[in-house]
Design a protein around this ligand. Sequence first.
Ligand SMILES: NC(=O)c1ccc[n+]([C@@H]2O[C@H](COP(=O)([O-])OP(=O)(O)OC[C@H]3O[C@@H](n4cnc5c(N)ncnc54)[C@H](O)[C@@H]3O)[C@@H](O)[C@H]2O)c1
Ligand SMILES: N[C@H](CO)Cc1c[nH]c[nH+]1
Ligand SMILES: [Zn+2]
Length: 437
Amino acid sequence: MNARPLRLSTTSPDFEAELSRRLHWSAETDAQVEQVVADILADVRVRGDEAVLEYTQKFDGLAVASVSGLELEQRELKNAYHGLPVQQREALQAAATRVRAYHVAQKRATGESWSYRDEMGTLLGQKVTPLDRVGIYVPGGKAAYPSSVLMNAIPAQVAGVEEIIMVVPTPRGERNQLVLAAAHVSGVSRAFTIGGAQAVGALAYGTKTIAKVDKITGPGNAYVASAKRRVFGAVGIDMIAGPSEILVLADGTTPPDWVAMDLFSQAEHDELAQSILLCPDAAYIEQVQQAIDRLLADMPRAEIIARSLNGRGALIHTRSMQEACDISNRIAPEHLEIASDDPHLWEPHLRHAGAIFLGRFTSESLGDYCAGPNHVLPTSGTARFSSPLGVYDFQKRSSLIEVSEAGALALGQIASVLAHGEGLQAHARAAEMRMKR
Ligand SMILES: NC(=O)c1ccc[n+]([C@@H]2O[C@H](COP(=O)([O-])OP(=O)(O)OC[C@H]3O[C@@H](n4cnc5c(N)ncnc54)[C@H](O)[C@@H]3O)[C@@H](O)[C@H]2O)c1
Ligand SMILES: N[C@H](CO)Cc1c[nH]c[nH+]1
Ligand SMILES: [Zn+2]
């Protein structure tokens, strides 16, 4: 099996068009997926538990008599944790500790209430409150993702969310013990073995057994993405996460094998995942291609990797590192590695990426599991305007205003003029009444 990412050069007159074609991704808006999802959601909304049961049997081959039969008891989560081999239990605990520490720091920096008084003694501020109940979607169709349990549940817990409901499909009823154990260490309140659009619908509308949530977070396949987009409004959502992406900016100083493996690491998620290398050194690009050829045969998921690299991968020769940075900013990748001896030279030039990994020792995969920052990140160029999943996704903000007597006089004059200008008499009088004391 060969993996030959598309070779591009920025000096080619067709470069822009070829790059755009490579970046284009349409599965998310596939009309057939949309219709299937619309039907499932409508059905779950009307028939609740009954519909959830039927779709779980149909898509996951899991048949039980009632939705409570799909609930994982807290005891089972705890037993899964204690039943893990010691090495796995310690790794899970170490990852959870680091992810928690990062999100606690994030809350301290960005997630606290604040206020001040103006010169007339009027109090102005913002009150931050956690959401009451959230649903976290943990993908489970083609692979199990205990790390995604941590990345969703821990920031919710740190934010102070009271009830965290986890959904995770378990094809043919096979329960992944690491996923269950991760739910135990990260404070999941209730967990159900359901997935796809039916799980999103159950969380968004509520059923007899599953309580309606305020927000749904977490990644998933095209069915999950489409369902999340459709239920937005009935509930909040974090983002629509597409297939994984990695972009490596290399100056030729990192061993080519390391870079090849980093490209594989996202390609192995999905045939639609995207791995791109940008480098000003043509000979180095050739060495990375040779490393790909040599290392691929040994990869258990070689077929998925090859499909991903052949269909969506690219090795791009640039005129300079600066030009590579400019192209990276246009792509706005989910994960951006700066494979350079001097990553801090280039980091100030990089503005759009879900997560930036600096230097040759920072493989993206460390971020997926245990560095600390969240691995649920904006994809498909949405890093231009959105951010990683974080504590802030599980909080909301209310403005606080307490006007002093002197403030009522000063603000009343401004409000009165503007309210009359808008022809809104009640607004004007409400302000004016407070000026007369
Ligand atoms: N961005 C991240 O942080 C992150 C993390 C982990 C995984 N991922 C991505 O999440 C995705 C997970 O996908 P997955 O498929 O393994 O699991 P999934 O849980 O997202 O989807 C499985 C569900 O899809 C539904 N489904 C499957 N075929 C269907 C059909 N024909 N009609 C209706 N519904 C159908 C079923 O209900 C099934 O339960 C992958 O693309 C992976 O790369 C992203
Ligand atoms: N790279 C994925 C996010 O794009 C997250 C993940 C989970 N497990 C391994 N990787
Ligand atoms: Zn990954």
